[in-house]
Design a protein around this ligand. Structure first.
Ligand code: ADP
Ligand code: TRP
Length: 330
């Protein structure tokens, strides 16, 4: 079976964009691939300098994957910082990675642009963690002989860089690393946020799945709609409330609501209340298990620790091959 690998940065406050855009589609891959999922906590170190918050977010994101049905019997699930082979491979890969490749990485370039605009030194706020982020990510991918890497479009460049790095090493030392392929899910649409822009933590416009009910309700009620009176016809396809609602309503009800938009007679407030109730109903079991796990973090630890053992088993032979190829084996 081919290997699929994907990492999730521990960013906490999982929202419905993360769920429909990343978690749900990734979980369906277990039928086609041997799946490896991990919490990319080392990747968070260059931007999150609050240890307490990072700890909590690692558990939150791990719990989210577990409650949404990640099958730890069929797939491997672990946390990146439990795998010492990753930083070791990162160091070896760094030696064959041209600096120019890092200069072209989007996240670094975005920082340069931001600094230029603000009249700052080009490297203001750029730490080496950010600068070499793609090498760490290449190590994640290459350590397990991954065949495919399911990612959002924004991560395609990182997968391309991982391929370049592997090809460089293979060119110098002979065929040692498997060349991975990035895959994007076509079915996944961008979920709009409550203000109509892409739903994203950075915009503070999310519907957080595991927030207390009253906070979630408040967010649902804040979904921005236009000022068309209830009796007037409206366009469902341009309304972000409807775009979000259609992920939750039963298909016949969604069609009924669509007709109400087109004919007139729909009150936004009532639809928001219905959306809120549907969300609570849909996520009830997941929310309950999530709260349980967050109160019993040792259960999450157990799952991650046993996953790390399996991951290390999978990665060790690859690292041994690399060590041998470059001449540091015994
Ligand atoms: P955020 O934008 O909230 O910071 P991340 O960048 O951490 O989210 O994204 C984690 C995963 O969730 C990525 O695979 C990303 O493609 C997916 N994702 C995030 N927001 C959305 C959205 N609004 N619609 C669809 N997928 C999304
Ligand atoms: N960089 C990815 C993100 O920000 C997370 C990630 C880290 C990853 N290592 C990976 C994704 C390896 C796929 C494969 O979303």
């Amino acid at each position: 079976m081919k290997i699929s690998l994907t990492g999730i940065k521990p960013t906490g406050n999982i929202h419905i964009g993360n769920y429909f855009g990343a978690i749900k589609p990734a979980l369906t891959l277990t039928e086609q691939y041997f799946c490896v999922y991990f919490v990319a906590d080392l990747h968070a170190l260059n931007s999150n300098f609050s240890p307490k918050q990072l700890q909590e977010q690692i558990y939150e994101v791990a719990a989210a994957w577990i409650v949404f049905g990640l099958d730890t019997e069929k797939a491997i699930f672990f946390r990146q910082s439990d795998i010492p082979e990753i930083p070791e491979l990162t160091t070896i890969l760094s030696a064959v990675t041209p600096k120019g490749l890092m200069n072209r990485a989007h996240a670094y370039k975005a920082m340069l642009d931001k600094n230029a605009e603000a009249g700052n030194d080009p490297d203001f706020g750029v730490n080496m963690g950010l600068y070499t982020y793609p090498i760490l990510m290449a190590a994640d991918i290459l350590l397990y002989n991954s065949d495919v890497v399911p990612v959002g479009q924004d991560q395609n460049q990182h997968v391309e860089i991982a391929r370049d790095i592997a090809e460089n090493l293979n060119r110098i030392y002979g065929k040692t690393l498997k060349i991975p392929e990035g895959i994007n899910s076509e079915t996944t649409k961008v979920i709009p946020g409550i203000d109509g822009r892409k739903m994203s933590k950075s915009y503070n416009n999310t519907l957080p799945i595991f927030a207390p009910e009253k906070d979630l309700r408040k967010q649902v009620m804040r979904i921005v709609t236009d000022s068309t009176p209830p009796e007037d016809p409206k366009d469902p396809d341009t309304c972000n409330l409807f775009q979000i609602y259609q992920h939750f309503g039963a298909p016949e009800r969604v069609e009924e609501v669509r007709q109400l938009y087109l004919q007139g007679g729909l009150a936004y407030g009532a639809l928001k209340q219905e959306l809120f109730e549907n969300m609570i109903e849909t996520f009830k079991p997941a929310r309950e298990r999530f709260n349980y796990l967050m109160e019993n973090k040792h259960e999450i630890d157990q799952i991650l620790t046993s996953g790390a053992e399996k991951a290390r088993e999978l990665g060790r032979p690859v690292l041994a091959r690399v060590r041998k190829a470059v001449g540091i084996d015994r």
